[in-house]
Design a protein around this ligand. Structure first.
Ligand SMILES: [Zn+2]
Length: 116
């Protein structure tokens, strides 16, 4: 069975809607060429396998539009994690960052660090 057929069975609504790409709203792109969705001119629901837990997810066209056009996400990035794993990853990074910052403070308590 083809991948697309499996996806159609798991998510009947997937791949059915088209959402126009607003090129002017995309983040500046310095590399050659454009990703498929830009070339195509519209966003499609995109199935992907979460890299952490392996669950099949659909990255909704509305979420893609939000990511690329509102958040100005890099046009070459795509979703790789499901929502729970993304939340977990964000928490992990936040914790790692706090530990890192705490370490800097301990090392260099006298100087004021207002930057990142
Ligand atoms: Zn996951």
């Amino acid at each position: 069975m083809k991948r697309s057929q499996i996806v159609q069975q798991v998510f009947p609504s997937a791949l059915s809607q088209k959402l126009k790409v607003d090129r002017d709203a995309l983040a500046p792109n310095r590399s050659y060429g454009v990703p498929k969705f830009v070339e195509r001119g519209y966003y499609e629901d995109m199935p992907f396998v979460c890299k952490d837990c392996g669950v099949i997810q659909v990255w909704r066209n509305t979420q893609q539009k939000w990511w690329y056009e509102v958040m100005k996400g890099d046009i070459w990035t795509i979703a790789v994690r499901c929502r729970p794993c993304r939340t977990q990853e964000r928490d992990r990074k936040a914790t790692a960052r706090q530990i890192h910052l705490a370490g800097l403070k301990a090392k260099d308590g006298k100087r004021d660090r207002t930057e990142d």
